[in-house]
Design a protein. Structure first.
Lengths: 87, 141
């Protein structure tokens, strides 16, 4: 791993056009500003891992006609309260 | 942040999706064809990848199962698909379909945002929304 030391308001450049700037250091938290081309998505690592896992799982979906019929039978149920995220 | 109307795709919508930044977990996946799943009318779509042979997703307009779902997107999401705003995009969610509907889930954390005129698409992330990437589509007993 490459290790660099930066002060607040200093940046690093990744490739030609990704710039990461240290905005603020407070206790054990660091705020970073990132500019990148729009085709480069920037994620928190744990969120990216969650999406990766969900997509890999989804790619194993069963797609035979029996699953389709089961889903169609379910269409438009009343909104189940417990699906909602908490406040 | 803008609330978005979650409408199903219409006949005029693009039948090809292009993800300029790929899809998490499948970095090579860029373009997908979109076809209705099944021969009879249904709200379900099959997304079949051109680059990764055999990669397919089942997707559905979220209103089919989650009428209360109101994803809010920042301007960077619209920019990424070259859309002006909510009127130009459609939202789909990816399903993980199991043998029984009770075990099947939807990814409400990472909805697909599609420019309905051009097919440019992005898997957005609703960070901090509390939505799960594996939300059951039916209430568990």
């Amino acid at each position: 791993m490459l290790v660099l030391t930066r002060h607040v308001h200093q940046s690093i450049v990744i490739g030609h056009d990704v710039v990461v700037t240290v905005l603020e250091v407070r206790g054990d938290q660091v705020r970073l500003g990132i500019t990148a081309p729009k085709e480069i998505q920037v994620h928190r690592e744990e969120v990216f891992a969650a999406l990766t896992a969900a997509n890999r799982q989804a790619a194993t979906s069963a797609t035979s006609s029996s699953e389709l019929e089961a889903l169609k039978a379910l269409k438009s149920p009343a909104p189940p309260d417990e699906q909602r995220p908490g406040p | 942040m803008t609330a978005i109307t979650v409408l199903p795709p219409t006949d005029q919508d693009h039948a090809e999706l292009h993800f300029a930044s790929g899809v998490p977990g499948f970095p090579a996946a860029r373009s997908f064809s979109v076809t209705p799943w099944g021969t009879e009318p249904s709200p379900f779509f099959l997304l079949e990848c051109h680059e990764v042979i055999g990669l397919r997703f089942v997707a559905v307009p979220p209103a089919v199962f989650f009428p209360w779902y109101e994803p809010r997107f920042g301007p960077e999401v619209f920019q990424a698909v070259d859309a002006e705003g909510t009127d130009d995009v459609r939202v789909l969610v990816i399903l993980t379909v199991h043998s029984t509907a009770e075990k099947s889930t939807a990814n409400l954390l990472g909805p697909l945002v599609v420019n309905s005129a051009t097919g440019q698409a992005l898997q957005a992330v609703l960070s901090g929304s509390g939505h799960s990437p594996a939300t059951p589509i039916v209430k568990r007993p």
